[in-house]
Design a protein around this ligand. Structure first.
Ligand code: EPU
Length: 347
């Protein structure tokens, strides 16, 4: 490894078990914790990014570590949330990449700043949020994001991409494509609303939850609490059962194929996303293929949500991946649909 500057500490043979929510036992040959942008400049000046191909780790909630990592791992611990601008209607905030996403949501709801309450309890850090355009219960990060700040590892410059330059799509962005391996997200700017907020409670399980409690005019706090309760009932707590949330993306199929599937399987759910395309819940496909709550050795899927792969304790990355492939093959055989991982698979 290239000579690094004195303000960068390298931890040799670092244990990553507690740093990935699937709880996979894996080691990093070298782990570097980044708590200031100056450290990124120092690494750049020492030629680090030219000679190494580091793996960037945030909250570790969307990765499957297949084995020990020989590339240096950069753990992004940049901290801080600030209000940058404020008027009667909205606030513009900056949040650093290392901030825990859910604590940012709590911070906003406590101050009655609206826009991210539907994204409560998504595990991981702020830095990962724009990379996969996190989304839940009818809201995606792209709906509130103004810009993404990143460190360009090719030129050593700090850069900013405006929302429309981030190429956001369903669980996708420029950072997963053209800028992959070339950008380290350092922070985001969001525009949040002040009351009166525009509440987004149309997602089926959310509206049902609120209706059942006779909340007809929900506040952002009501939505926040509802999302927290729904997520807790459907998704396993990574502190108790290793998991990385949805393991696969919801597949998008042609309207024509969807029609054929409905003729064959009757009640198959689908959300029309355009005249020609329909999104199908992967959880339904996995459940119907017989995998919901099913356990094979140390791995399986969650009993309340088939889309979540779980580590019942002590599973290796290879075991989890092999189980994911089995599920993928089984869904392909039954429905002719290829599921793509939503989780980042690290070789
Ligand atoms: N379903 C089943 N069986 C299951 C799971 C789901 O039949 O075991 C069907 C049901 O028809 C249900 C529908 O799938 O009504 C939708 O389920 P859910 O509301 O749980 O949402 P999802 O489509 O499975 C997506 C996101 C989640 C997000 C929820 C809520 C993806 C890959 N996943 O899941 O995101 O929390 O919507 O908005 O888009 C994540 O990305 O890690 C994640 C958890």
């Amino acid at each position: 490894m290239a000579q690094t500057s004195p303000n960068v500490t390298i931890i040799q043979q670092a244990d990553l078990t507690a740093l990935n929510t699937l709880g996979v036992k894996a080691k990093a040959e070298k782990l570097i914790e980044i708590s200031s942008i100056d450290q990124l400049h120092s690494l750049f000046d020492s030629g680090f990014f030219e000679s190494e191909n580091p793996f960037i780790l945030g909250g570790g909630s969307n990765v499957l570590l297949k084995k020990d990592i020989s590339r240096p791992v950069l753990k992004i611990d940049l901290d801080g949330v600030e209000i940058k601008f404020e008027d009667e209607k909205s606030v513009i905030i900056f949040a650093a990449a290392g901030v825990n996403w859910h604590s940012l949501v709590e911070w906003a709801v406590q101050r009655d700043f609206g826009g991210i309450e539907n994204l409560a309890l998504i595990p991981g850090t702020v830095g990962a949020a724009p990379i996969q355009n996190i989304g839940a219960y009818g809201v995606e990060l792209k709906d509130v994001l103004i810009s993404t700040l990143y460190f360009d590892t090719i030129t050593g410059e700090e850069k900013t991409l405006q929302n429309d330059e981030c190429e956001f799509a369903y669980r996708d962005s420029i950072f997963k494509n053209r800028l992959k391996g070339k950008a380290i997200v350092t922070g985001i700017r969001l525009r949040l609303t002040k009351a009166p907020h525009s509440i987004n409670s149309s997602y089926r399980s959310l509206s049902e939850y609120l209706e059942n409690r006779e909340i007809s005019d929900p506040t952002i706090k009501d939505v926040f609490e509802a999302v927290v309760a729904i997520r807790k009932s459907k998704l396993p707590d990574p502190k108790l059962i290793g998991n990385a949330g949805s393991f696969f993306k919801n597949p998008v199929v042609t309207a024509k194929l969807y029609k054929t599937l409905v003729e064959k399987f009757g009640d198959i759910p689908g959300y029309k996303i355009s005249e020609k395309e329909v999104k199908i819940p992967a959880g339904w496909l996995i459940e119907k293929a017989g995998w919901k709550g099913n356990r094979v050795g140390k791995v399986g899927t969650y009993e309340n949500q088939a889309l979540v792969l779980v580590n019942h304790g002590g599973a290796t990355g290879e075991e989890l991946w092999s189980h994911a492939l089995t599920i993928q093959k089984s869904v392909s055989k039954k429905f002719g649909i290829e599921l793509a991982p939503e989780v980042n698979i690290v070789e």
